[in-house]
Design a protein around this ligand. Sequence first.
Ligand code: NDP
Length: 374
Amino acid sequence: MKETLHREVVIVGSGPAGLTAAIYAARAELRPLVIHGPQPGGQLTITTEVENYPGFANGIQGPELMQQFEEQAKRFGTEFLVTFVNKVDLGRRPFTLWTEDGHEIRAETLIIASGASAKWLGIPGEAPAPEGLGGMGVSACATCDGFFFKGKPIVVVGGGDTAMEEATFLTRYASRVTVVHRRDSLRASKIMQDKALKNPKIDFIWNADLKEVLGSSETGVTGIRLHDNRTGEESEFACEGVFIAIGHKPNTDVFKDWLEMDSVGYIKTAGVSMATNIPGVFACGDAQDSVYRQAITAAGTGCMAAIDAERFLDSLPVTTPTGEEVTIEGEVISADHEKVTLPGGEVVSNLPEDQPPADGEAVVYARHSTELPS
Ligand code: NDP
């Protein structure tokens, strides 16, 4: 067993969400500890050019951007630990995290920024360069890379909402988008299917498994090899880009016994704050976002999670997913802000007693007063 560490803020994950949370928490003098995890820097470290991160007029390489984030977080005193969290106890504060390398970490507040991983097919030619053509025509993010495929024929693999959304988005750039799906019907919601099926720039190849991405480091992607799973026939299809859109998996398994998640594993947060169902545990970035999944939105929610953690440590109320607010002392403020349940169970009024309501608030009090029993 290595040493036990006790910190006010522990951040799991070091992508844009985790490192932005670290920058904010470190500047609030909370000396955060970031646990890097298996892919330090997150998904941006496996991309090439990032053109949509504001502040870099000429674009920046993904790994370099993450290096900048890390240096900024270090400058204000963030500590880093390169290991993998394999067990947690979020049953009481301080929370306890156990790591693969034998650390036991106690956290007064925990920020989960463990990200999500795009699912891959595991076929030849798909891996990141230099092993495969990843970053050289193979991508899992249309928003990130679509721009590089202006006027080119491309393929999107998958039949869910992500595949339909990516295919539709990519028609802005591509000369033609061909969706390759392993069945003869789509999993995507009706509205997303309709949009893709009606789009004159989108074709479909049904009942087909992608077996290989063809090309070389000199040519980039030149095509794909397909297997018709009804007839057994193999064929080649020419294209210059392949977008794998078969879903994402949030890296949240280690927290699943404790935190409320959706069926895929995205952690549920309050919406107006990054609080989870456990007071003092916050989640940000792709671990809780199945919709936007961008570096800038991840960074934004990382900032929010750090400010939530700061507020919580300062004994200020933080909004939970139920709409109630909680404090570090265990007080629960009702969603309408009118009652406070104290840690012992006693319920007291949260309305100011000696302060006359401001003009705007008077309407609110009048409305509530009509709901009181006569
Ligand atoms: P889904 O799991 O819904 O769909 C994955 C698709 O990829 C399925 O069509 C599946 O095929 C196919 N697939 C999976 N594994 C393989 C494989 N090994 N080989 C070939 N094909 C494979 O994931 P999505 O990312 O599309 O969606 C995830 C969630 O996010 C959903 O709830 C979705 O509604 C939501 N979402 C919503 C959006 C929106 O509303 N704007 C946008 C994007 C996502 P099969 O159908 O045969 O299983």
